[in-house]
Ligand binder design. Structure first.
Ligand code: ATP
Ligand code: ATP
Ligand code: MG
Ligand code: MG
Ligand code: MG
Ligand code: MG
Ligand code: MG
Length: 256
């Protein structure tokens, strides 16, 4: 048959929907583990935070950044990761379905292949997989708000989960623990941890409190212009990305 040009099958192309993402916007792919509540139970993740599972997620995200050079930044917490593509990316001509499917497939495969590296003592009992979507954000302010939103979510969930699991580990059953903290404010939870468990929430590891950022390091000159791209490498860290400080020091990431 003819591979292209008019033939009797050509009309089938017209059933495909256009899903090209808006130009000049930052494309974010957010993926999330499917049924990881169950998956983490089945594989006996430590609660509330299994550090090896987080390190596995981070290693997969790092591999994604190394594979897709147009991704300039990634932020991850729990079973989710957000990948920010540069504003000018023309990857797959900005077709959403191709960008989503290749990113999430690559990440999923890494997660499965690297499992034994992080859990040498545990066999995979089911096949972990992830869903994903794309969202376009049109300004640096909005991209920053997006990332801040995910980090605020990390904080709220982690503080709740830390409190919940401390109560459970101290002998309460799950519904008692839930009742005790269901209408508590952030400050109340901080005090429960401090007074009942002598635990200072602010001293917990940053990877739990702040989530993880993945970026390509680039040495910057005084104008914030990256130099020495060739010597750059992908690094993982757990900074605050809500305030201005990180973004002042890392101006090259959202430069446009
Ligand atoms: P869905 O398929 O709708 O995303 P889900 O079960 O994955 O359902 P999420 O809201 O994504 O629900 O929550 C992920 C859950 O996975 C957490 O609530 C937690 O129980 C578990 N989990 C993920 N990562 C870890 C980790 N590093 N340590 C402990 N538990 C984890
Ligand atoms: P794209 O990333 O755009 O999909 P591509 O190189 O994968 O680019 P396709 O049009 O998908 O291009 O074509 C797949 C190519 O892979 C085929 O042209 C062929 O060369 C090769 N290929 C795939 N399956 C086989 C196979 N079973 N045996 C030999 N070659 C294969
Ligand atoms: Mg989901
Ligand atoms: Mg999930
Ligand atoms: Mg999730
Ligand atoms: Mg193709
Ligand atoms: Mg192909």
């Amino acid at each position: 048959y003819q591979r292209s040009g008019n033939n009797k099958y050509e009309y089938l192309k017209s059933f495909e929907v256009e899903d090209k993402l808006m130009q000049s916007t930052w494309v974010v792919v957010r993926l999330d583990g499917r049924c990881f509540h169950k998956f983490s139970d089945k594989h006996e993740f430590e609660k509330p935070n299994d550090e090896r599972a987080l390190n596995l997620m981070n290693a997969c995200a790092k591999a994604v950044l190394e594979e897709f050079p147009d991704i300039i930044f990634a932020y991850g917490v729990s079973d989710e990761y957000s990948f920010v593509f540069k504003k000018t990316t023309m990857l797959y001509n900005r077709r959403s379905s191709d960008i989503i499917s290749t990113t999430v497939a690559f990440f999923t495969l890494c997660y499965n292949m690297k499992w034994k590296e992080f859990f040498p003592d545990k066999d995979l009992k089911s096949t972990p997989s992830f869903d994903a979507r794309t969202v376009c954000y049109p300004s640096t302010k909005i991209v920053r708000d997006y990332l801040a939103w995910r980090q605020v979510d990390c904080h709220i969930n982690n503080q709740y989960n830390t409190c919940f699991w401390m109560l459970v580990k101290s002998g309460k059953n799950k519904s008692e623990a839930q009742d005790e903290i269901k209408s508590s404010r952030s400050q109340d939870k901080y005090e429960i941890l401090l007074k009942q468990f002598n635990m200072n929430y602010n001293e917990l590891p940053a990877i739990f409190r702040k989530g993880s950022c993945v970026e390509e390091t680039a040495k910057c000159n005084d104008n914030g212009q990256p130099v020495e791209r060739l010597t750059s490498k992908v690094v993982i860290d757990h900074p605050d990305i809500i305030g201005d400080e990180f973004w002042v020091d890392h101006r090259h990431i959202l430069k446009g």
